[in-house]
Ligand binder design. Structure first.
Ligand code: GTP
Ligand code: SPV
Ligand code: MN
Length: 580
């Protein structure tokens, strides 16, 4: 196989000249090809077979122990002008980055196969979808891309029709963290990644293309590429709303997108359109429509069980690649909070004993095709996407942020998004549990200066459009004893219900300086065993703490100097004044 697209052919040839692979394989995306790759990886020990009766066609991949998460300190945005990348990104001059990367790519595929993966982010027929080509020397990457994207022949045909594609060059290199870099060249629509085989570092269609490069393109072209789930919420009366929610990594997007209603809320249905990324465009009528550029999930495994997320628990029982989980005595994958059993082997393949610590790495992941999810919505394949009623921001905050509040208007909503903060998680290397600002849950993923990004968000309100309502949620408030105050998971539906009632203008609210909050009696509490005092504290707005928070937000904005849009600062001053 090759291609009629000359630019693609030349790039593959030039890459082969640089990296010197033994073979070149153009991926057609077929099931047979996937099967052959799996066999190859089983032979090489890159994949281990799991219990074929209880977990048919499931495999375990063990990463290099130094390569288990995204590496933000090694991820760069390389624009000619440093200010374009902004203080939110690590930056290198494009020429310097290219020289460094060329040196590392030189001969790196000797003895290996170079795979060419044409992929399409979004339904193949969607005007909102965009194509890319990833070159990689990792069969694990190819297999993951097969489960998570529309890749192969159909994507190549679209590329040949359109002539446009984002280029991504990836090699696992020698997996030495000293020689690990993930570089983005937005002006050239180019990504280069070496030294990691892990998730967001290596599956270049995902965070590198669909967020960093796409956010940069979206700004030029007037749309949004966001770290958001997309779900459909249907009421017992059959009313449907589509919600998009941006929470930082490992803060609950997959779980919310697959929510199963509590028994006390019969007739409500949640269907999943996406669990990680949304591309949002206005249609001709001024309605904001969302597509999910992906077609599979790369989800956090630990914590997944029949109670927290039965849909995910069931969908990963077949045709799933597990990365960095433990094993039980029956050679089944095992992870923390799966069940009451004990593992026998940890994620590194070492014998597990009760003193060993977690058996699964806290950032262990499953890779699975989206249609395996029982709550999958076929609208995820609709080229037109779905109309969004509400955008929900959220973070993991043990204190301060209430269970839910609504921004008064779009401009306030942009401030609420820009002010998101969250405790860091195992999704990236570095300290866990440290509260940091993570605007719109895009801190690791915005491909340009955050100040310009906030300006772009503000510019969305051009006076002619039907804008979604904007909310903020926090499932992670903790009591003195460190336990979560809110039950979360299925019970989050109670909050979603208030949100759609607000969108439909059916329910009132309590106006506070930070926005509109529910009256406790307006939240469905049937079957919810929550102490009323706890609910009051989840819905409290403490002016003293919020004044301190607003100061912290002002200090953060100041890091971006005079590029910060005046509208955002004016909105901040308005909230400060309201807090008194
Ligand atoms: P990325 O894939 O990294 O972008 O993460 P995500 O936002 O999809 O996070 P995910 O849904 O996988 O959740 C991450 C962790 O948060 C898991 O350990 C979940 O069990 C936990 N979690 C999710 N929702 C809730 C909730 O409502 N309450 C509590 N307490 N924990 C939750
Ligand atoms: C995240 O970290 O937000 C993820 C996992 O969704 S990764 O694909 O590694 O970015
Ligand atoms: Mn994510």
């Amino acid at each position: 196989m090759t291609t009629s697209n000359q630019a693609l052919r030349q790039w593959v040839e030039a890459t082969a000249t640089l990296t010197k692979p033994d073979r070149i394989h153009w991926c057609d995306g077929s099931d047979a090809e996937y099967g052959e790759l799996v066999q190859l990886m089983l032979r090489r020990g890159d994949l281990l077979p799991l219990n074929a009766e209880t977990y048919p066609d499931c495999y375990l991949h063990r990463s290099d122990p130094t390569d288990v998460a995204r590496v933000e300190h090694l991820t760069f945005v390389c624009t000619p002008d440093r200010a374009e990348a902004g203080p939110n990104n690590h930056w290198l001059a494009p020429a310097e980055a290219r020289t460094r990367m060329d040196g590392l790519f030189e001969g790196c595929m000797r003895g290996r196969t170079l795979y060419v993966i044409p992929y399409c982010m979004g339904p193949i027929e969607s005007p909102y979808a965009r194509c890319g080509v990833e070159i990689t020397d990792s069969p694990y990457v190819v297999a993951n891309m097969k489960l998570m994207t529309r890749m192969g022949r159909a994507a190549l045909q679209r590329i040949e029709r359109e002539g446009r594609f984002v280029r991504g060059l990836h090699s696992t290199g020698d997996l030495n963290p000293e020689r690990r870099f993930i570089m983005h060249f937005p002006h050239e629509l180019l990504i280069q990644s070496i030294g990691s085989g892990y998730g967001g570092n290596a599956l270049l269609g995902k965070k590198c293309h669909a967020l960093r490069i796409a956010s940069w393109q979206a700004r030029q072209e007037g749309w949004l590429a966001e770290h958001m789930l997309i779900l459909e919420l249907e009421s017992p009366a059959g009313e449907k709303h589509y919600l998009a929610a941006a929470f930082p990594s490992a803060c609950g997007k997959t779980n919310l997108a697959m929510l199963i209603p509590p028994a006390s809320m019969p007739g409500w249905k949640v269907r999943t359109l996406g669990d990680d990324i949304a591309w949002l465009h206005f249609d001709a009528a001024g309605v904001l429509r969302a597509i999910n550029p992906e077609s599979g999930y790369f989800g956090v495994v630990p914590g997944t069980n029949a109670k927290t997320n039965r849909n995910a628990f069931e969908m990963i029982r077949h045709d799933t690649i597990f990365t960095n989980v433990g094993l039980n005595a029956r050679n089944e994958p095992w992870w923390e909070d799966k069940d009451k059993e004990q593992p026998v082997t940890d994620w590194r393949g070492r014998p597990w004993t009760p003193g060993s610590g977690p058996a699964a790495h806290p950032n262990a992941r499953f890779t699975v095709a989206a249609h395996q999810n029982a709550s999958y919505s076929p609208l995820a394949d609709d080229p037109a996407g779905v109309p969004i009623s509400a955008i929900i921001f959220g973070g993991r905050r043990r204190e301060l942020a209430p269970l839910v509040y609504q921004a008064r208007d779009w401009r306030h909503g942009v401030l609420v998004g820009a002010a998101v903060a969250s405790e860091t998680t195992a999704a990236a290397t570095g300290a866990v549990g440290v509260t940091r600002r993570d605007p719109m849950a895009m801190k690791p993923f915005c491909g340009y200066n955050f100040a310009d990004y906030w300006g772009h968000w503000l510019s969305i309100d051009d006076g002619s459009r039907q804008l979604p309502k904007v909310f903020h949620v926090n499932w992670f408030r903790q009591g003195q004893d460190g336990r979560f105050l809110w039950p979360g998971f299925g019970d989050n539906l109670r909050v979603l219900r208030w949100i759609v009632d607000r969108c439909a203008g059916r329910v009132g609210a309590r106006e506070t300086p930070i926005g509109y909050l529910p009256q406790p009696t307006d939240l469905d509490q049937q079957g919810l065993a929550l102490d009323p005092a706890v609910l009051d504290s989840l819905l409290a707005v403490d002016a003293v703490s919020w004044r301190r928070e607003m100061q912290d937000i002002a200090a953060y904005f100041a890091e971006f100097g005079d590029r910060v849009p005046a509208g955002l600062l004016a909105e901040h001053r308005r909230v400060v004044a309201a807090l008194g």
